[in-house]
Design a protein around this ligand. Structure first.
Ligand SMILES: Cc1cc2nc3c(=O)[nH]c(=O)nc-3n(C[C@H](O)[C@H](O)[C@H](O)COP(=O)(O)OP(=O)(O)OC[C@H]3O[C@@H](n4cnc5c(N)ncnc54)[C@H](O)[C@@H]3O)c2cc1C
Length: 472
């Protein structure tokens, strides 16, 4: 088990290096780590896993009902949804199968619903149905006035994106993959039998290379001599409402999609609060770190939200955040194998990559096999011990047996989110430990509540510093 974040990287060659420890790269590393014959490394420029797009999305486990039929994305979202739902059940990743309602607010939108149901059927989803205004109101009593009906999509769920990424990375590391953080790949010399990757921490050698660099996948691609696409970030701003708003909404409420995209949703989260968003803003090609929120973006979201769920706007806002989708000017993923170069590009993983992650990983493993990677037989990996972040299942502070066994699980540190000292201690000692209090928040929910760490911040920081001091 090796996780490094400083010092020189190993000089011994790897069979496969995966660049990018977002949800996609972590899923690929986990998939490859199932093969004990392979020497695998996962590397990221950031100090933690999941620091890119993967930490800021809307956390929907999509069915893929609205994907472009016949596209690679449609296939991988559908397969990925099944795989991730099963994996979540096995590992304890929080998932809530709430179902989605695509609400029609005018006659034109109402008239579009049968075509959306037919598209869903072409994508293999035959269980959608159109419901009228009365049933819709009975199912969502707080909906704003004027809703005419909805497409009911029963299979849609909400999931925890943070635990998903952590689960993949943890399992990969426990199975023997190396994880090198603070390790930006700055250049690549393609070669035989090894590619050499120049990183800020020395040179990595590898026979096969997987590019899962998210917003920078095009740059890495160019280092390998390919000029197939350019990433233009599409920003999505979101507003998180306090958990007191949770009683206002029972389903994932989606608008009827337009040519501009999926639109603004209102959705419960697995943490017990409510999301409103995202926007879809095409940014300049260089704005790949522009994850700030804007007055105009938040005003737009409030205007959209007011129509859908007017009472939501009276609730308190816990946080705002934004993520950047890796748009490439094509309505599909840009997954390309270059077998002669022992190289696979996993680019353009736009707005469904969390859902599709495990299917993308299986697809990439297949492409590597076709390119000559001899994997040997796979093995089953035991489920990793994961934090219990989901509000729908028992949290540690509620578990009398756990607390009786160790009172540290009864000691609340973050009162808003009811996070205990035991959970913080476990996260800090985990196989893939957090590199910052923000990373600790994604592993425990500490500082993610209505006070945003105003109260617990110093105590959390002290525990973090203490653990890092002990480790260092
Ligand atoms: C607003 C929004 C809402 C979304 N909603 C959903 C949703 O509801 N459901 C869903 O399934 N998907 C959703 N998505 C999409 C999903 O979040 C992404 O598809 C997914 O996170 C992409 O993961 P990734 O691993 O490809 O990229 P990233 O998470 O960005 O990971 C790429 C990693 O590569 C690293 N990197 C880059 N360059 C280098 C380099 N040169 N050297 C080393 N490391 C490098 C970065 O540091 C980063 O960690 C949404 C996205 C957004 C923005």
């Amino acid at each position: 088990m090796t996780v490094t974040s400083a010092g020189a990287v190993p000089t011994e060659a790897y069979d496969v290096v995966v660049v990018g420890a977002g949800v996609v790269g972590c899923a690929v590393a986990r998939e490859l780590a199932r093969f004990p014959a392979l020497r695998v490394a996962l590397v990221d420029a950031a100090a933690d896993v999941g620091e890119g797009t993967s930490k800021g999305n809307t956390a929907i486990l999509h069915t893929g009902f609205d994907a472009v039929p016949g596209s690679l994305e449609a296939r991988l979202v559908r397969d990925g949804q099944r795989r991730l739902a099963a994996y979540a059940a096995e590992t304890g990743i929080p998932v809530e199968p709430l179902g989605a309602l695509l609400v029609a607010w005018d006659e034109e939108q109402l008239a579009a619903l049968p075509a959306l149901a037919a598209k869903a059927a072409r994508n293999g989803h035959h269980e959608t149905g159109i419901i009228g205004a009365d049933e819709l109101r009975a199912r969502e009593p707080h909906l704003g006035p004027g809703a005419l009906g909805a497409l009911d999509v029963p299979g849609e769920s909400v999931v925890c994106p943070w635990t998903t990424t952590l689960a993949y990375a943890t399992q990969a590391v426990l199975a023997g993959a190396d994880l090198h953080l603070n390790c930006r790949v700055e250049d690549v010399s393609a070669g035989v039998p090894h590619h050499r990757l120049a990183t800020g921490r020395g040179t990595l050698s590898t026979r096969f290379l997987v590019n899962a660099a998210g917003l920078h996948a095009d740059t890495l691609d160019r280092h390998m001599g390919h000029d197939d696409f350019t990433v233009t970030p599409r920003r999505g701003q979101l507003i998180v409402f306090d958990r007191l708003a949770r009683g206002l909404v029972r389903h994932i409420l989606l608008p009827v999609p337009t040519a501009l995209g999926k639109g603004v949703l209102v959705s419960p989260t697995v943490y017990g609060n409510v999301l409103l968003g995202p926007t879809a803003e095409d940014l300049d090609v260089d704005a790949r770190t522009a994850t700030g929120s804007t007055e105009a973006g938040l005003a737009f979201l409030r205007e959209q939200g007011r129509r859908v769920l007017p009472d939501l706007l009276d609730e308190e806002v816990t946080a705002v955040y934004a993520g950047l989708r890796a748009a490439t000017g094509q309505d599909d993923y840009r997954i390309t194998s270059h077998p002669g170069e022992r190289y696979v590009t996993v680019g353009g993983i736009r707005s469904t990559g969390l859902t599709a992650s495990m299917a993308i990983a299986a697809h990439v493993a297949e492409l590597l096999g076709e390119a000559g990677l001899e994997t040997g037989p796979p093995r089953e990996l035991p489920p990793p011990a994961l934090p219990r972040l989901g509000e729908a299942s028992e949290r540690p502070y509620e578990n009398a047996r756990l607390i009786a066994g160790n009172p540290v699980y009864g000691e609340i540190v973050c009162h808003c989110e009811r996070v205990t000292r035991g959970e913080i201690r476990d996260a800090l000692a985990g196989p893939v430990p957090p590199a910052s209090p923000d990373g600790l928040r994604r592993r425990t929910r500490a500082r993610a509540g209505r006070c945003q760490g105003f109260f617990c911040g110093p105590a959390v920081r002290a525990l973090f510093d203490e653990a890092k001091g002990a480790a260092g």
